[in-house]
Ligand binder design. Sequence first.
Ligand SMILES: [Zn+2]
Length: 50
Amino acid sequence: MRDKIEAVEVKCPKCNRKQIVYIPKEPIPKCPDCGTQMVISELLDEGKSY
Ligand SMILES: [Zn+2]
């Protein structure tokens, strides 16, 4: 059984700081600069495999 991990780009709605997180392994983070809950801005579902 494999975990399905997806890379998503999240961004801060306040200062537009961007970050890549892997869900559901990582929670959507808060912005390290201003503490605002970041939102998903783009799904990066490229189907990469190694
Ligand atoms: Zn911010």
